[in-house]
Design a protein around this ligand. Structure first.
Ligand SMILES: Cc1ncc(COP(=O)(O)O)c(C=O)c1O
Ligand SMILES: [Zn+2]
Length: 396
């Protein structure tokens, strides 16, 4: 694979350098140019996901010893929830730091080592922060996390345990995102933020695995969208699988946003080709609240090419879907991830076939936690316990 990036919006090509990932022509993030030969080999002997798909990755040499066991996640049937066609969940919440971000982080640290740079970092308070810090620790790299002023200690626990440098920064978070790249260039710090092209190469492996697990491409794939990085990575994965002859078609992708912060879904509904920055309103779905997504226009373009769909769902519907996934299927995922089930219910009259929901993050990682509903009885002895059991176990 080459080190050349291409802009899928305006077609410009440019060489990949960390911290210089945006198209000089139109400002959208570039992706690694696909240079797949006619027959790409999947290494079935490999025990890690990155080893299995090494020939598809933009690294000189893949180092499976830096893996924490990410990828190769379960694909589960959700029979009790399906309406019409088959419904399945790709469980990215089963990754080592409990979100899909691990698939990107394992590659980003290897790229940093390949370049001989001493440090990797990211602008995030959530899943990407803890994931980057964990993989940096394993690779022996320094890690810098730039977080918003006022981020709670609770939100930082899953990152600080890995001993990164955590800096609280005051001011506009969007500006911080852009400025971070300047700092990265000056200090040999690879700022691998949400739409970083190396990260996206990791996300595309989810699409590869999904097709191999299913034996074909699903008809629909539902995924929550914030910056757009994950959506683009999945689209790239399905397109490469298609080009390499493993699947007959690219599935229809459905991007899901929170109604309280839906700049890309709004542009889609209004038939626009570019997004406008919005004033975020309130939502409990903190992980998908980017009011000015850096890859928004690119997501819109891919949705047009793919004949895909974008929709927004309410907090109420996300929380309802989160409960349904837990009670009916034994899955505890973030409300952000459950948004995909809410969108499936909303759009089912439109789409019929095999649908896969991408469960991006585990429930305990979410800022918003469900209440303790199961704690409804108290007992002070065997007699009491028997009474409670009788009414619970044999209740219809
Ligand atoms: C759990 C979860 N789902 C979805 C997303 C959205 O991903 P992206 O920003 O790549 O669109 C995030 C991003 O942090 C996330 O943490
Ligand atoms: Zn461009």
């Amino acid at each position: 694979m080459t080190d050349l990036l291409e802009c899928l919006v305006c077609g410009q090509q440019f060489v990949f350098r960390p911290n210089e990932i945006f198209c000089p022509g139109c400002g959208q993030p570039g992706v690694f140019k696909n240079s797949i030969p006619d027959k790409v080999s999947i290494n079935q002997e490999a025990t890690s996901a990155i080893g299995k798909f090494a020939s598809f990755l933009p690294l000189k040499q893949v180092r499976p010893e830096l893996s924490l066991g990410e990828g190769q996640t379960p694909l589960l049937s959700l029979t009790s929830l399906e309406e019409g066609g088959r419904l399945l969940a790709k469980l990215e919440s089963a990754n080592p730091t409990l979100s899909f971000k691990d698939r990107g982080s394992v590659l980003v640290v290897q790229k940093t080592l390949e370049l001989g740079w001493p440090a990797v970092g990211t602008v995030s308070t959530g899943n990407m922060a803890s994931s980057t810090a964990a993989y940096a620790a394993r690779a022996g790299l320094k890690c810098v996390l730039l977080v918003k002023k006022g981020t709670s200690a609770g939100a930082l626990v899953s990152s600080s345990v890995f001993s990164p440098l955590i800096i609280e920064v005051e001011g506009d978070y969007g500006e911080l995102f852009r400025e971070s790249y300047e700092l990265g260039k000056e200090f040999d710090l690879y700022l691998a933020n949400s739409v970083d092209p190396v990260r996206l190469e990791g996300y595309k492996l989810t699409a590869f695995e999904l097709c191999l697990q299913l034996g074909r491409a699903p008809d629909y794939v539902y995924v929550p969208v914030s910056s757009g990085g994950h959506f683009i990575g999945l689209h790239k994965g399905f397109s490469e699988m298609h080009r390499a002859g493993y699947i007959e078609k690219v599935p229809t992708l459905v991007g899901v946003q929170a109604a309280g912060c839906a700049p890309i879904a709004r542009a889609f509904e209004e038939g626009r080709e570019t997004i406008s920055k919005i004033q975020p309103s309130k939502t409990i779905a903190h992980s998908i609240t980017n009011p000015d997504p850096p890859a928004g226009d690119l997501v819109l373009k891919l949705v047009r090419i793919n004949k895909g769909w974008l929709t927004a769902v309410s907090d109420e519907d996300m929380l309802g879907a989160q409960k349904q996934l837990a009670r009916s299927e034994g899955l505890f995922v973030q409300p952000e991830s459950a948004s995909t089930l809410a969108a499936y219910f909303k759009l089912r009259h439109r789409f019929d076939g095999t649908s896969v929901l991408v469960m991006t993050g585990q429930g305990l990682k979410a800022a918003h936690q469900p209440g303790l509903e199961g704690l409804s009885y108290q007992a002070s002895g065997l007699g009491d316990l028997k009474e409670v059991f009788r009414s619970f176990i044999y209740r219809k």
